[in-house]
Write a protein that binds this ligand. Structure first.
Ligand SMILES: [Zn+2]
Length: 225
């Protein structure tokens, strides 16, 4: 299992594609437009650019989603950009990597609708609530935990436990969210091992099991060899 290099904008996705091309079999990439940048999302040109990147090998569409915490883009435009990318995921049969923050109801509604249309995906860096995880699981989606679960203020072990083994993912979200004891540093993909250990502890499972199932799940979701 290698590295999934996330494109949060068309430009970033093109850069991620170049990294992936330089490291075949180790780095794969995704292409999408982050909700922060939804105001500038062009439903024709950007949709086409993402479709082109999918044709060039993007394993997923995203990050896309809704962020009502920062509200860097108007919510209506966030929903429009997200809906466009979910529809494209359906057409291109790619999964979606979804960012959601303080937008639980709207995210749940859109995930439910996408799931019914056959779109699969992952809620990345998940921090709750449990009801949103349940909606995603019912839609056939995955739930991914990051270094946040190692932070002292984390109190969501019940959510970690509610995700069945075959839908569980972990991620680094590098360069952000370095897990304890490296909090505050530039995150490194290798430190995802610290997140794996914390997830294993919360689930009362051997860490080797968590490593095995999350690797298998990532391969399944992103159709990796
Ligand atoms: Zn995110």
């Amino acid at each position: 299992m290698g590295i999934v290099c996330i494109g949060e904008s068309v430009e970033q996705a093109r850069a991620a594609a170049r990294i992936a091309t330089a490291h075949p079999g180790f780095v794969v990439f995704t292409a999408g437009v982050h909700p922060h940048d939804a105001a500038a999302f062009d439903p024709v040109a950007d949709r086409e650019a993402i479709a082109q990147l999918v044709a060039e090998g993007a394993v997923a569409i995203g990050e896309c989603g809704l962020d009502y915490h920062y509200d860097h883009s108007p919510r209506e435009l966030q929903r429009r950009a997200f809906a466009t990318q979910l529809a494209l995921a359906g057409e291109t049969r790619r999964p979606v990597v979804v960012h959601t923050r303080e937008a639980d109801d709207d995210t749940a509604a859109m995930v439910r609708e996408a799931g019914a249309a056959g779109v699969r995906g992952v809620l990345h860096c998940f921090t709750g609530p449990a009801s949103l995880a349940e909606t995603a699981l019912e839609a056939g989606w995955y739930v991914s935990f990051s270094g946040i679960v190692t932070f002292r203020k984390w109190d969501g072990d019940d959510v970690i436990r509610l995700v069945p083994a075959d839908r569980l993912l972990i991620e680094s979200d590098s360069p952000y969210l370095a897990p304890v004891p490296n909090r505050g540093k530039r995150n490194e993909p290798a430190w995802v091992a610290l997140t794996a250990a914390r997830v294993a502890e919360a689930r009362g499972q051997p860490v080797d099991d968590v490593r095995a199932v999350t690797t298998r799940n990532a391969k399944a979701l992103f159709s990796l060899a």
